[in-house]
Design a protein around this ligand. Structure first.
Ligand code: TIU
Length: 219
């Protein structure tokens, strides 16, 4: 199969490809979570939910592997470096009690993936303490065991957790593609720049394409 993509078409085989949805959790998308405590307007992010849901349904239908990630810390914060805890000037810090439970803590209501994109049986859910999904997780080993060589990306935020994970994936030898209308940032100009820099220089990090190109390939 092939997706019409930039900077050139992206060939892939469903059986060797995973759809990776980065951090579509309440902490980033709903008011009262980590995203809002950092001073962001979280309303911007929900726009990608319908397109991401459409891809998720099509990918499940095609029998492809789905990976969901969550930015999540242990309740005792043993996996949260002081540098991360102290960064920024948030109203509430990681581990503080907020309206959706403790900010960015595993198991809390705010840390759950939004209902519209909730994982189902057989899908992988990776809790990650960093911005990248490969750091301090078993993701690379799990993907290699399953023969995965290609990754399709959706999720938030484009220039933080999505781009970091795509760069980690690139250095580990995966061919990655970012679905442009299935990713968003609190800063539209940062999303636009991230999309450009990923596909620049002959796909230096990976490919990008609108979700309709993937849906057309799967039909
Ligand atoms: N703040 C921000 O843009 N993002 C994050 O902190 N994490 C993710 O991108 N998931």
């Amino acid at each position: 199969m092939q997706i019409e993509a930039a900077p050139f078409p992206y060939p892939f085989d469903v059986s060797k490809t995973a759809f990776v949805i980065i951090d579509m959790q309440r902490d980033f998308i709903e008011p009262g979570g980590f995203g809002e405590t950092l001073g962001n307007d979280v309303k911007l992010l929900e726009a990608i939910v319908p397109a991401t849901q459409a891809v998720l349904e099509a990918w499940r239908q095609a029998g492809g592997l789905v990976v969901h990630t969550r930015e999540a810390h242990q309740p005792d914060l043993s996996d949260c470096p002081p540098a991360k805890l102290g960064r920024g000037n948030p109203k509430l810090r990681i581990g503080d009690q907020g309206p959706m439970g403790r900010i960015l803590i595993k198991g809390e209501p705010g840390n759950q993936i939004i209902d519209a994109l909730a994982p189902i049986d057989g899908e992988l859910v990776i809790d990650k303490p960093g911005k990248g999904a490969f750091y301090a997780t078993g993701l690379h080993v799990t993907l290699k065991e399953r023969g995965i060589t290609h990754l399709l990306f959706a999720g938030v935020t484009t220039e933080v957790c999505v781009q970091t994970t795509m760069r980690e994936a690139n250095d580990r030898g995966y061919d990655s593609l970012l679905l442009e209308d299935c990713t968003e940032s609190y800063f539209p100009e940062f999303k636009a720049a991230a999309v450009e820099m990923i596909r620049a220089q002959g796909a230096i990090v990976g490919w990008t394409a609108p979700s309709k190109s993937l849906l057309a390939a799967l039909r």
